[in-house]
Design a protein around this ligand. Structure first.
Ligand code: HEM
Length: 436
C-alpha cells in the first residue's frame, strides 16, 4: 500500500484509539469479554504478515479481541466457539452493516454481503443448484474437460528450463470453469484478445487486495469521496471488471430471448427463472452481483489451494509418489496392466467411483487447506461449494500429477502470500514441469 495512506492511517488510528481507550476502559478490562490483545495499529504494522500475526495471537489466546476506532472484533480458533457461531446459534450472527459497507462496492448485494431474507433466498437457491444430479454430472464433465485442457497447455509450454507460472494458469482454468458452470457462457469468446484476459485477471486480484485493505484503512470513505490513493485504483479495477460482467449479462440476455432457459443448469439461469414472476427484480445490477459473488467464490479459492498444493508436492516428493501411485491404481480396471494413455483417455477414466478411491489425495488437499487456508479469515458461514471444490481440485490434481513432475524454478526462494481475502502466492508460483 502507498506510504502516504499508511502514514495517514497510522496517525488517525493512534488518535482514535486514544479516544477509544478513554471512552471505554470499562469494556476493555471487563473479564466477561475476550481479552483485548491488540489494535488496528498492530494490524497495519503487521499487514504484510497479517495471517502470521493472527496465528501467533491464536497460539497464545485462542479467542481474543482487536480494537478498532469505533468497535472491537472477536477472533477465535476455538472449535467449540466456531461450532456455536456456524451452527448452534447461527441465527444470532450476521455479516453486519460495516462488512456490507466495505464489500458492497465490489460484491454488491450478493450472497457474501447480505443478511436476512436476501441472504436466505440466495442461499436456498444456490444450495439446491449445487445438489442436483444434473449440475453434479455437468460440473464433473466441465472439470475434467478444463483440467485436460490445462494439462495440454502445460505440455505445450513445458520445455527444459522453461518456467511456468502455475498459479496464473490455474486461475485461468478455474475462471473458465466457473463461467461455464455458473453462467453458461464461454469466457474466451467474451474476452477476445489474450491481453484482455490478463487485464481482467489483474483487475480482479487488485480489487480483492484493495477491498481487503479497507478493513485497516479507516480513512477509506474519505479517500473514496475524493477519489484518491487506493480508492482511486479500486474504482478503476471495479470498472474493468464490470465491463466484462455486463458483456456476460448482455450475452445471457440474448440467449434468453432466443432460447427457453428455464431448464438450463447454470446458476444464473436458475436465478433468472426464479425471478420470472417479478421481472422488475432481474435488473442488470442484480445479475452483476450474482456473477461477481460466484466468480469470487469459485475462481480464487480452488486455484490458490491447488497452487499451494503443488508447492507442497514439490517439497515432499515422497508424498507426490504416493499420490501418483494412488491415482494410477484408482483408474485401473480389474487386473489390467498399466498402459500408455492420452490425457483425454485418462481424464475420462476419472469417474466418481475412481475419485472415491483417492483418500490420500483428498487428505493431501485437506492438509494443504489446513496449512494454507484459501479464505484465511473464515466469516460466519459454511461454504456452499465445498463438495464441488474438492471434486474440481481432485480431478485437476490427479490429471496434473499423472502427466507431470513439477519442480521449483528456484528451490531457495521463499514462498510468501499476499495479504488479501484469498491466500494468493505473492508473485505467482514459478515451476518447471517434466512429462512423466
Ligand atoms: C478450496 C476451496 C474453497 C474454500 C476454502 C472455501 C471457503 C469458504 C468460506 C470460508 C466461506 C465462508 C465465508 C464467510 O462466512 O464469509 C465460503 C462461502 C461460500 N463459498 Fe466457498 N470455498 C471454496 C470453494 C468454493 C467454490 C468452488 C464455490 C462455488 C462456486 C464456493 C461457494 C461458496 C459460496 C456461494 C459461499 C457463500 C455462502 C454464504 O454466504 O452463505 N466455495 N467458502
Amino acid at each position: 500500500m502507498d506510504f502516504l495512506s499508511l502514514a495517514l492511517s497510522t496517525i488517525a488510528g493512534a488518535f482514535s484509539l486514544l479516544l477509544l481507550f478513554k471512552l471505554s476502559t470499562k469494556k476493555l478490562f471487563n473479564s466477561s469479554y475476550p481479552p483485548a490483545v491488540g489494535s488496528i495499529i498492530n494490524e497495519i504494522i503487521n499487514y504484510r504478515r497479517l495471517y502470521d500475526y493472527h496465528t501467533d495471537l491464536c497460539r497464545n489466546y485462542r479467542t481474543y479481541r482487536l480494537l478498532y476506532p469505533w468497535s472491537s472484533e472477536i477472533y477465535t480458533a476455538n472449535p467449540a466457539n466456531i461450532e456455536y457461531f456456524l451452527k448452534t446459534n447461527f441465527s444470532n450472527y450476521e455479516k453486519g452493516r460495516s462488512n456490507y459497507e466495505i464489500m458492497s462496492d465490489f460484491l454488491g448485494d450478493g450472497i457474501f454481503t447480505v443478511d436476512g431474507d436476501k441472504w436466505r433466498q440466495q442461499r436456498k437457491l444456490a444450495s439446491y443448484e449445487f445438489s442436483t444430479k444434473a449440475v453434479k454430472d455437468y460440473s464433473s464433465h466441465v472439470f475434467t474437460k478444463n483440467a485436460a485442457a490445462l494439462a495440454h497447455k502445460v505440455s505445450e509450454i513445458a520445455a527444459p528450463n522453461k518456467v511456468i507460472d502455475m498459479q496464473e494458469l490455474l486461475m485461468k482454468s478455474t475462471l473458465d470453469t466457473i463461467f461455464i458452470i455458473g453462467f453458461g457462457v464461454e469466457l474466451s469468446s467474451l474476452l477476445g484478445a489474450e491481453e484482455n484476459g490478463k487485464a481482467f485477471a489483474e483487475a480482479f486480484n487488485e480489487t480483492n487486495a484493495l477491498i481487503f485493505w479497507r478493513y485497516v484503512d479507516f480513512l477509506w470513505k474519505f479517500k473514496r469521496f475524493f477519489n484518491v490513493g487506493a480508492e482511486a485504483k479500486l474504482k478503476k479495477s471495479i470498472q474493468t471488471i464490470d465491463e466484462l460482467i455486463y458483456k456476460v449479462i448482455h450475452s445471457k440476455r440474448k440467449l434468453i430471448s432466443t432460447q427457453d432457459h428455464s431448464n438450463k443448469a447454470d446458476i444464473l439461469s436458475r436465478f433468472i427463472a426464479l425471478s420470472e414472476k417479478e421481472p422488475e427484480k432481474i435488473t442488470d445490477k442484480f445479475l452483476r452481483d450474482i456473477i461477481i459473488n460466484f466468480m469470487t467464490a469459485g475462481r480464487d479459492t480452488t486455484a490458490v489451494t491447488l497452487s499451494w498444493f503443488l508447492s507442497m508436492v514439490c517439497r515432499n516428493p515422497q508424498v507426490e509418489e504416493k499420490i501418483v501411485e494412488e491415482v494410477r491404481e484408482s483408474v485401473k480396471q480389474g487386473n489390467e496392466e498399466e498402459r500408455v494413455e492420452t490425457i483425454e483417455e485418462f481424464a475420462n477414466s476419472l469417474t466418481d467411483a475412481a475419485m472415491d478411491k483417492m483418500p490420500y489425495l483428498h487428505a493431501a488437499l485437506s492438509e494443504t487447506l489446513r496449512l494454507y487456508p484459501a479464505v484465511p479469515l473464515g466469516g460466519l458461514r459454511m461454504c456452499l461449494g465445498r463438495e464441488f471444490a474438492y471434486r474440481q481440485m481432485k480431478i485437476t490434481a490427479a490429471i496434473l500429477l499423472r502427466f507431470f513432475r513439477f519442480r521449483f524454478k528456484d528451490e531457495n526462494k521463499k514462498i510468501k502470500y499476499r495479504t488479501m481475502f484469498t491466500l494468493h502466492i505473492d508473485g505467482g508460483l514459478q515451476l518447471l514441469a517434466f512429462p512423466r
